[in-house]
Design a protein around this ligand. Sequence first.
Ligand SMILES: Nc1ncnc2c1ncn2[C@@H]1O[C@H](COP(=O)(O)OP(=O)(O)OP(=O)(O)O)[C@@H](O)[C@H]1O
Ligand SMILES: [Mg+2]
Length: 218
Amino acid sequence: MNGSVLTIASLKGGSGKTTLASCLAVHWQLKGLNPLLVDADPQRSIVRLAERDQALANVKVLEQAETNVWSKVEQHSVSHGITIIDTPGFDSEITISALAVADIVLIPVKASPLDVDRMMDTVGTLMNGVKGWAPTFRCLLTQTVKGSVISRHVRAELEDGGFPLLSSEMPNRVAYAEAGLYGATPSMIEPAGPAARDIAAIAEEALALVSAKRALSA
Ligand SMILES: Nc1ncnc2c1ncn2[C@@H]1O[C@H](COP(=O)(O)OP(=O)(O)OP(=O)(O)O)[C@@H](O)[C@H]1O
Ligand SMILES: [Mg+2]
């Protein structure tokens, strides 16, 4: 699996990119996968989280908010089980560079109609942004409320539109922000809790995709 790269991107700010990136990286760190977490966002959200008390379980963080992020990732990812890149958003050249090096792309999308429309633009950019390159991508519903009508509708709308979705979701839980106060994630604070279980399910799906992609291109 060394050299595998998962890029997290979306057009819409605040869709949960940084939360997802840090939670996945910590989950894999605790599983002993030796992940690398790349902060490609000039806002430095990951770097700042990692500076807090619990330092994201000492995940190795690489700060690279520049358009050469692809070459830095190519260089460093070989010595890590998996590399996760947190990006600033699609209107940035840095994101295009982070997409170019990705085995798979996860697109967090909030379960609201406005966010879904924006997500469809994201995917358009994905498909047309880098010539001759067809990435494997999956949308991931975030900040969902269990059993709510809106989550079900948005999932159905995306499925009808032919957008591939992870079957796991990242429900709305205060545990993410609370853990973040200490530079931690729910997998560190409450490993058997519901948020940690959500992350484990997302991580498992993502890893299966990465393995499948690697096997195809081997
Ligand atoms: N599943 C969730 N449940 C509750 N709150 C969440 C969840 N995911 C993210 N949040 C909160 O939503 C806010 C935005 O999340 P985050 O910073 O991860 O988004 P982002 O896409 O990285 O934003 P930006 O575009 O600014 O980089 C944060 O306050 C975060 O704590
Ligand atoms: Mg962010």
